[in-house]
Design a protein around this ligand. Structure first.
Ligand SMILES: *Cc1c(COP(=O)(O)O)cnc(C)c1O
Length: 369
């Protein structure tokens, strides 16, 4: 367990739901959870005001919230979020993967969006209190790649149309049982190179996990789907030359000679916890891990020469996802039609740690229940 010397965190009062899901209803959801469609009985809530700071930590029944129509999040988009998973181990215990990394990233996102920062212990206390209240919603061990997906988020609730950081903010964490991202077995996805749209620019909010980045990625995503692709890959917005990332996942290229290459963090790329973990696991496997600028042309040339063996995307929701086709205006190339060996090895190594099947030698797991 990590965080044993963490300073005292907020305490959460628990207001239990009078009408929780019946065992039968919950079992039906857990039998086929999908992703992000059903939510547990409760949510965590913390209020913030300029005068009082963070206060009033609560576990309350999950349900709609009321917002003043002038709430500034609805007008100026002052909102950030996180995404992490709770995993059931074979002995019934429930664990989170590197939650302090998500908490630290939420602090960086808050600073960029001029929102108040929630401390690492308060963040972890909120997810712990929620998972303890809704433990029955964490899928059983051995039900495939199932987990309880946690979505902490924070938004400006102050009713004020003037443009300045809000003086009233709400933090919520909701939870949703998640099934395997690939229900019919893992198969490579196709990517559309978005040259008409960027998701982030120099000096912008690309490195923060905020809803606005997702809003700006949707048009590229729609264009990609119209071209028969699963997702869009975004390039740097200044030169349209270098690979950045997908709308919600980081990218890695695997070379035949053992190089594992990912775009360097330029300020417009979101630093994934999965990305950072894969870099470490790759180095431990003896791969030559490189973080640098990668011209999109290098991908096309690598496929043509045969030097590039595999490409994969990674993020909490889909873990590690093989990429096959790359499509652009006037052309396409396919690095591989099957999931690659290195891709699948990294994927399995990460999942084995998350589900407690191999020792957590990095101290990446935090016990919640
Ligand atoms: C959340 C996110 C990722 C992946 O981050 P993880 O911490 O690995 O889940 C990558 N790119 C973007 C834009 C994201 O929002």
């Amino acid at each position: 367990m990590t965080n044993s010397q963490a300073p005292a965190a907020l305490r959460f009062s628990v207001q239990s739901r009078p009408d929780p899901a019946t065992d039968e209803a919950r079992a039906a959801v857990l039998a086929d959870p999908g992703f992000g469609t059903t939510f547990t009985d409760h949510m965590a809530r913390i209020a913030w005001t300029k005068e009082q700071g963070w206060h009033d930590g609560q576990i309350v029944p999950y349900g709609p919230i009321t917002l003043d129509p002038a709430a500034s999040v609805l007008h100026y988009g002052q909102e950030i979020f996180e995404g992490l998973k709770a995993f059931r181990h074979e002995d019934g215990s429930v664990w989170c993967f590197r939650p302090e990394a998500n908490a630290e990233r939420m602090i960086r996102s808050a600073e960029r969006l001029a929102l108040p920062t929630l401390s690492v212990p308060d963040f972890i206390a909120s997810i712990t209190a929620l998972v303890q209240a809704d433990e029955a919603w964490v899928p059983a061990y051995g039900t495939g790649e199932t987990s309880l997906y946690l979505r902490p988020f924070m938004f400006a609730t102050e009713a004020f149309l003037g443009v300045r950081p809000a003086t009233e903010v709400t933090y919520l964490c909701i939870a949703s049982p998640a099934g395997a991202y690939f229900s019919g077995g893992i198969s490579p996805v196709s990517l559309w190179i978005s040259t008409n749209y960027a998701r982030a620019g120099e000096g912008g909010t690309g490195a923060a996990k905020c809803g606005g980045n997702y809003a700006s990625s949707m048009a590229g995503q729609v264009e990609g789907i119209a071209h028969g692709c699963d997702q869009a890959v975004f390039l740097d917005s200044s030169t349209h030359t270098y690979i950045e990332e997908l709308g919600g996942m980081n990218l890695f290229l695997v070379y035949k000679d053992g190089r594992l290459v990912t775009p360097a963090l330029t300020g417009s790329i979101l630093e994934g916890v999965t990305r950072r973990s894969i870099m470490q696991l790759g180095a431990e496997m003896g791969l030559d891990v490189q973080e640098r600028r990668i011209p999109i042309q290098e991908w096309k040339d690598g496929v043509a020469s045969g030097e590039l063996a595999e490409v994969f995307a990674c993020g909490t929701a889909a873990v590690v996802t093989p990429v096959g086709r790359l499509v652009w205006e006037g052309g396409e190339c396919t690095v591989s039609t099957e999931p690659g060996e290195v891709t699948m090895k990294l994927r399995k190594t990460l999942l084995d740690i998350q589900y407690g099947r191999t020792p957590d030698s990095h101290g990446w797991l935090t016990r919640l229940v």
